[in-house]
Design a protein around this ligand. Sequence first.
Ligand SMILES: Cc1ncc(COP(=O)(O)O)c(C=O)c1O
Length: 394
Amino acid sequence: MKYAAITERLAHLGGAKWELHIEAKARRARGEPILSLSIGEPDLPPPPEVIAAARESMDAGRLGYSNGRGEAPLLEALARRYSRRTGREITPRQFVAFPGTQTTLYAVLTTLVGPGDEVIVGDPLYATYEGLIAATGASAVMVPLKPEHGFRLQPADVAAAITPATRLLFLNTPHNPTGAMLRPEEIAGLGALARQHDLWILSDEVYEELTFGNTPFVSPFDSADLAERVVCAASISKSHALPGFRSGWCVGPEDFTARLLPVAETMLFGNQPFIADATALAVSAPSPIAPQMAQAFSRRAQILHRMLDGRAGLRVNQPEAGMFALVDVRATGLSGIEFAWSLLDQERLAVMPGESFGAALAGWLRLGLTVPDDMVAEAARRILRLAERVREAA
Ligand SMILES: Cc1ncc(COP(=O)(O)O)c(C=O)c1O
C-alpha cells in the first residue's frame, strides 16, 4: 500500500531517541530496581479547585460540542491574563484553544509554513520539534545553542542562518531541555531580525510559570512593536501539573487567528467545554502550585551542582527554569549515549543522553528534576561513581 509523504518525513523521527527510557521501563517492569530520572512529569498534585471546576462543569452538563476557537469564558480569561502581562489590550479573538501546546504548535506551524520554507530553531531542542517542522514539509535549520552563552539563542548566530527561504523563528523560553531563558536584549535582537526579514516568531512558553526566580520571564509577544508577527503557545500541563487535561492555546494577531481557525476546525471540530471551564479558572490567576514546584526543581538542580560540578571532570549546567538539569560528561571521553547506557547497565540509573535532544548536546546527560531530593542525590552519587571509574580506566 502507498502512504502519504508525511509518514516518510516523520518515520525516522520516532522512538530511537527514547530507546534508553523504554528499556529502563522494561527492566523496571521485570523487577530491576532502576532509579529513573529520564523524563519530567510534575510530582505535585494539581490544584484541587481546578479539578473541582471540571467536575462541577461536567455535572452541570457542559458536555456538548464547543466551537473551533474555544469557549467564551476561557477566551475572555485568557484575554484578561495576556492584557495584564503585556500592558496592551489583547482580545478574545486573538486566541484559539487547543488540546495542549503540542497540538497548538502543530496547527500554528501548519498555518505559517510549508514545503520549501525554512524554520530556524535552536539545537538542542524539545524532542517533538523536528517532527513538528518536518510534518509541514518545511526544513529545520538548526542553530547551536552554546554553553558559553548559557544555551540562549544568539541573534548573531540566527542572522548567519537566515536565507531567502526563512519564514519563521521557533523560540522556546524557558527552554527544554536547557532551562535557559531569553534576555530582553536577545529578544530585541531576534525581533529586529524578524522585522528586517519579515519572519514570524513562534514562542513556546509552556514553562512560563516554572521559573526559578533569578531571571525574569520575557516574551517577544510582550513587545508592542513585534505583536503583528509573534504567536505564543502555552498550556496548563506544566503550570498546573495537568498534562492529562490536554488544555492549551495560542495567542497572536487577529488576522493570524482568522487564518488558523479553519485549520483548528478541520483538525478538532471544537474543544471540551468542561476542560475549558476548568482552564478558565486556572488561567485567571497565577498558578498556586507553580512556585512550590519551581522551588523544588531549583533546589534539586543545586543538589546536582553541589555534588557533581568540578568533580571527575563533570560540569553541571544551572537551569533558570523548567524541570531538567544538564550534566556535561565530555571529560570522561564517553559520548552521552555511552555514558547513559553504562549508567543504566552498571548503576541502574536511567537518564537521557543529551544526543536525544540535538547534536549540540553530544556528550551531555539530561536529568529530570521531578523526583524527591534524596533520589536526585543518589543519582548524583551513581553518576560520580561511574565517571570516576571511567577516568581511572582511561
Ligand atoms: C518545550 C515543550 N513544549 C511543549 C510540550 C508539550 O506540552 P503540552 O502538554 O501542553 O502539549 C512540552 C512537554 O514536555 C515541552 O517540554
